[in-house]
Design a protein around this ligand. Structure first.
Ligand code: ATP
Length: 355
């Protein structure tokens, strides 16, 4: 097993597109590291460079102690699982699993042993004698994962492996992958554009935007203190409310008069935006203590919660997460109040976190 170091990785395609722009990643041995970002941000190119399927323009990649820049994929000792399962259609599950091991020339007894172990881990026992056309999409993806496992690589690289599965199966497979990674302790780099997947799987998450790393942190760090306005707008559903604020009398206030708990060391010489999670706001009866006048624009009832869209003094709409028992009608005059701790605060012009 091995950690992965990526230093100043840069990839410019022949048509001039810069897909990866000086990316640094330090992935620990045994870590489940997620790369998250919108379409086109460079996740796949970074992963393919680690795998050796794409040659970087400049920069270094190390797997364990080995500088792998010039090694072909087969010599990097990694296993990759893609969004499309790519099983051999004419082979039974058992032989699909054994194929890479036979290709390596391993003795028959060892091939059998490893196939049995992977089948046990991925619970494929009853499926060992079926061909792919008799497997469901989820089963095929489990076989694809098992085929990556049997090789006992130093690291797994996964590119949106669950994208083609339905929501329920995706959730099951997520649990399975997390459990498996924990059990094997093998380093895993997992690419996704799905923040729920990233949050639930990753030990740490790298958020990429336009080929650059915007933030690296644990799911909690990334959720609580997004490092830039881009991250603030990207993580969370609904995302953070970005509210223009100013500092007056040691308080942090929006133009509508909404008072927020101020973080320490607020800069005063620049335009500021506070990132306020929908669960850190509260819709109240009009005139409630600490509230500013507001109006319900709309309400989305989601069963276990209601997301209110609220206008506060013409300062734009904010989203507020409330329990389903608190009901206000659309257009009703209400109050809006901040209930959370100090929010992260951003510089309007640099879009960076400043407090
Ligand atoms: P997605 O989630 O859509 O797969 P991604 O974050 O994985 O996106 P990449 O596939 O790494 O992004 O692509 C990054 C950028 O590089 C995009 O602008 C893409 O159009 C461009 N790109 C990818 N492959 C090539 C190529 N072979 N030639 C030119 N540009 C490319």
């Amino acid at each position: 097993m091995a950690g992965i170091e990526v230093n100043a990785l840069h990839k410019r395609y022949p048509d001039g597109t810069v897909a990866v722009d000086h990316v640094d990643l330090s992935i620990g041995d045994g870590e489940l590291f997620v790369m998250l970002g919108p379409s086109g941000c460079g996740k796949t190119t970074t992963l393919r460079a680690i795998a050796g399927l794409e040659r970087q323009t400049t920069g270094d990649i190390r797997i364990g102690d080995t500088l792998v820049n010039d090694l072909p994929p087969a010599e990097r000792d990694i296993a990759m699982v893609f969004q499309f399962y790519a099983l051999y259609p004419h082979l039974r599950t058992r032989d699909n699993l054994a194929f890479p091991l036979r290709a390596e020339g391993l003795p028959k007894a060892e091939v059998n042993e490893r196939v049995e172990e992977a089948a046990r881990l991925m619970r494929l026992g009853p499926l060992l004698d079926r061909r792919p056309h008799r497997l469901s999409g989820g089963e095929q993806q489990r076989v694809a994962l098992a085929r990556a496992l049997v090789r006992r690589p130093r690291a797994f690289l996964m590119d949106e492996p669950l994208t083609n599965l339905d929501a329920e199966l995706r959730a099951d497979m997520r649990t399975e992958i997390k459990h498996l990674q924990g059990e094997l302790g093998t380093t895993m780099v997992y690419v996704t554009h799905d923040q729920v997947e990233a949050m639930s799987l990753g030990h740490r998450i790298a958020i990429l935007n336009k080929g650059r790393v915007e933030q690296i942190g644990t799911p909690l760090e990334v959720y609580d203190r997004p490092a830039s306005l881009f991250c603030a707008a990207f993580i969370g559903s609904p995302p953070m409310n970005l509210i223009e604020v100013e500092v007056a009398d040691g308080k942090l206030r929006s133009k509508s008069g909404l008072v927020l708990t101020p973080p320490p060391n607020l800069p005063r010489d620049r335009g500021l935006v506070a990132g306020v999670r929908p669960e850190a706001l509260e819709v109240t009866e009009p005139g409630a203590e600490g509230s500013v006048p507001a109006r319900v624009v709309s309400a989305e009832w989601l069963g276990d919660e209601i997301i209110y869209v609220v206008d506060h003094g013409g300062q734009g709409d904010v989203r507020v997460r409330m329990p389903p028992t608190v009901r206000f009608d659309a257009d009703a005059p209400v109050g809006l109040r901040h209930t959370g701790g100090p929010p992260p605060v951003y510089d309007v012009s640099t879009e960076e976190l400043v407090a």
